[in-house]
Ligand binder design. Structure first.
Ligand SMILES: [Ca+2]
Length: 491
């Protein structure tokens, strides 16, 4: 029997509905936000009303660790689902590339028809390398490919799919008229709106509050902190976090406006542990207390760049109305490599067999809805520069230098890693270090076909153009007239 036209129409309508039902995924990653800085994590100095509301509407993970303690390696771990003993980007120089053969969260979603957009700091391959986002599943990526480029919010240009997008009036450093983050956020909002009718993955690795600690005086958030009794960088930092919080609120409001709330899984997290910025005698862990709970005084040792707990703890929220029960706090132990398999399970995409992560779906929606219990990691592993660390349950082995002695901590009794148990528990230490040895593979980085454009992007931090007559930027000089937020916030 030949299928009738009406049957075919019905069939296509059904397929369309099935496709429309595929959930959207948005991942917002702040650059540097400390574990205890947002209000929902105990912070008291910075206002984060939108994140606090998002936390109440979703689940807060207290022990969902970063993939690494600095920008590029943690992004690579996130994107590929691998721990840092298996990743290709373990250096933090700026543009170290993914290999051409690597799979990312975006590239597993492409075959399912997802629109894929990235907006912010890439950090997994400079221009003309094998690591560029448009070769790794992204239809569109706007922002900074190289992290050094991202050290200014007033660069003469951003990059979109490896081509330069000029930003008017910018001279690098703090000098300019077009605040890059406004442009990046507006593009992210536009992407979500443009793809409201098909499934999309929006990856928002936003650059605030990473330094330069810089935002236009005209930003509404600045008025909240302008007169605080802190050094100016600490006030700017706080304002950048509140600005970021406002933009998260705008993303959530847009989902509501478009009727996508119930069909969109939204994550928010930091990218690496807090840096203990703005320390003083009065605030030895920094004005904003990234790694010390302001109320309880419980501290995590270390900070960004180290592999003590403080280098890896990030605030983490997942929100999916109707699927994730609101107001829950999860004690599950996981890390960035878990995101790729989670997104794969949620969307029906195929995760590569060699990822190190475990899907978080049962922990997100409950074992009953997921149809199985949450799998637990045999261990979590990190390495960066000379550091190595491995965690198994509450036990943690860490080695701060290649030739240093391993240290051993029981976090159940000693969350601040203050009592080294290596001398008294050599059996546990030997077990963990044997696992660490096995977890490490030699790094295999991607390659560049040419490096001139990548180097140009690094120079753009200072506003320098290839034209030697172009004005150089002044990292110190703030242009007071800078940048109203484009009314855009894209319609
Ligand atoms: Ca970072």
């Amino acid at each position: 029997m030949k299928p009738t036209l009406s049957f075919i129409v019905l069939l296509l309508a059904g397929l369309h509905r099935a496709e429309a039902a595929k959930p959207n995924v948005i991942y917002i990653m702040a650059d540097e936000l400390g574990y205890h800085e947002p209000g929902f994590m105990g912070g008291t100095t910075i206002q984060t009303p939108n994140l606090d509301r998002m936390a109440k509407e979703g689940v807060v993970f207290r022990h969902l660790f970063a993939g690494s303690s600095v920008c590029a390696p943690t992004r690579c771990s996130f994107l590929t689902g691998k721990h840092s003993g298996h990743t290709s980007v373990r250096a933090n120089g700026g543009g170290t590339p993914l290999r051409a053969d690597e799979t990312t969260i975006a590239s597993i979603l492409k075959p399912l028809g997802y629109a894929t957009g990235g907006f912010g700091k890439w950090g997994c391959g400079g221009r003309d390398s094998t690591g560029v986002p448009e070769q790794h599943g992204f239809d569109e990526f706007l922002g900074y490919y190289d992290q050094v480029h991202a050290h200014t919010y007033f660069p003469p240009y951003l990059i979109r799919n490896s081509e330069e997008v000029p930003l008017a009036g910018n001279r690098g450093g703090s000098a300019g008229q077009t605040y890059s983050h406004y442009v990046i956020h507006a593009a992210a909002m536009k992407f979500i709106r443009a793809h409201q009718d098909k499934p999309f993955f929006a990856y928002l690795p936003y650059t605030p509050p990473h330094g330069n600690f810089d935002l236009p005086d005209s930003d509404a958030a600045w008025a909240l902190y302008r007169d605080k009794p802190w050094p100016e960088p600490a006030r700017r930092y706080a304002a950048m976090v509140t600005m970021l919080d406002r933009h998260v609120g705008e993303v959530l409001a847009l989902l509501k406006e478009l009727g996508l709330d119930d069909n969109t899984l939204v994550f928010f997290s930091g990218d690496n542990g807090g840096a203990d910025y703005f320390t003083s005698a009065e605030h030895p862990r920094g004005v904003h207390s990234a790694n010390r709970h302001p109320a309880t005084g419980v501290e995590y040792r270390g900070k960004k760049g180290t592999l003590y707990e403080g280098g890896l703890r990030v605030p983490f929220i997942a929100r999916w109305p109707g699927k994730i029960a609101p107001g829950r706090v999860s004690e599950h132990l996981g890390y960035f490599p878990d995101i790729l398999p989670t997104v794969a399970e949620v969307t029906g995409a195929k995760a590569p067999a060699d990822v190190d992560g475990l899907s978080l779906l049962p922990e997100l929606v409950g074992a009953k809805a997921a149809g199985r219990a949450q799998p637990q990691h045999a261990y979590l592993y990190w390495e960066i520069n000379q550091w190595t660390a491995l965690r198994q349950g509450s036990w943690r082995a860490v080695r701060p230098k290649a030739n240093a002695a391993w240290e051993l901590y029981d976090l159940a009794a000693d969350p601040g890693e203050s009592k080294d148990l290596a001398p008294t528990n050599p059996g546990m230490l030997a077990k963990l270090t044997a696992l660490a040895e096995k977890a490490h593979e030699p790094v295999r980085e991607g390659t560049f076909t040419r490096t001139d454009r990548h180097q140009r992007d690094q120079r753009a931090k200072f506003g320098q153009q290839d034209d030697p007559a172009a004005p150089a930027g002044n990292a110190k000089g703030r242009k007071k007239s800078a940048a109203a937020e484009p009314g855009a916030i894209a319609k």
